[in-house]
Ligand binder design. Structure first.
Ligand code: SF4
Length: 162
């Protein structure tokens, strides 16, 4: 966990990696047509889980918003908040639910302030997490657009981002 914290405390470098991944993913979208999303997801799931668990303690929610949360995974919040912090942050910056743990939203804010791109994305009001995507590849969901699609009545994340 110390290793992950050390890397996450360099969000600017992580943002460069994210932008490169995004660039590649957008250019590989033709693979969805060629192979089908399911097969592609089978190939990408393990490498995605291994790298993101190691670096971000990723919980494979299937709809990654790391770049909007200071490259800090919101699903590591014990309340799984997508918009934080809650009202229970302790005066020492630790979590209400797990007092031994620093609030991930305190980290998210601190790290977002070090970022040049996506810095203000922390202000975007995120829709609730779509549990139907849990355990799927966020990379593939990004390529298909499934990570932005919302059930009827939820509104559209693309509208929220302007
Ligand atoms: S936001 Fe979701 S996909 Fe991204 S690191 Fe966290 S759990 Fe993983």
């Amino acid at each position: 966990m110390g290793f992950a914290r050390h890397i996450q405390n360099h969000p600017r470098a992580l943002t460069v990696g994210y932008r490169m991944n995004l660039w590649v993913a957008m250019r590989l979208r033709f693979l969805i047509r060629l192979l089908g999303a399911e097969r592609l997801a089978r190939w990408l799931y393990v490498p995605e889980e291994l790298t993101k668990r190691l670096i971000f303690d990723c919980r494979m929610c299937g709809q990654c918003i790391l770049h909007s949360t200071g490259m800090t995974c919101p699903m590591t919040c014990p309340k799984n908040l997508r918009n934080g912090p809650c009202g229970g942050v302790r005066s020492n910056g630790h979590c209400e639910v797990k007092p031994e743990m620093r609030c991930i939203w305190v980290d998210a804010y601190d790290r977002s302030q070090k970022m040049t791109t996506y810095r203000d994305d922390l202000l975007i009001v995120q829709p609730p997490v779509d549990r139907r995507l849990e355990g799927s590849s966020a990379w593939v969901n990004l390529m298909t657009g499934a990570d932005k699609a919302r059930p009827a009545g939820w509104g559209d994340a693309r509208e929220a981002e302007g």
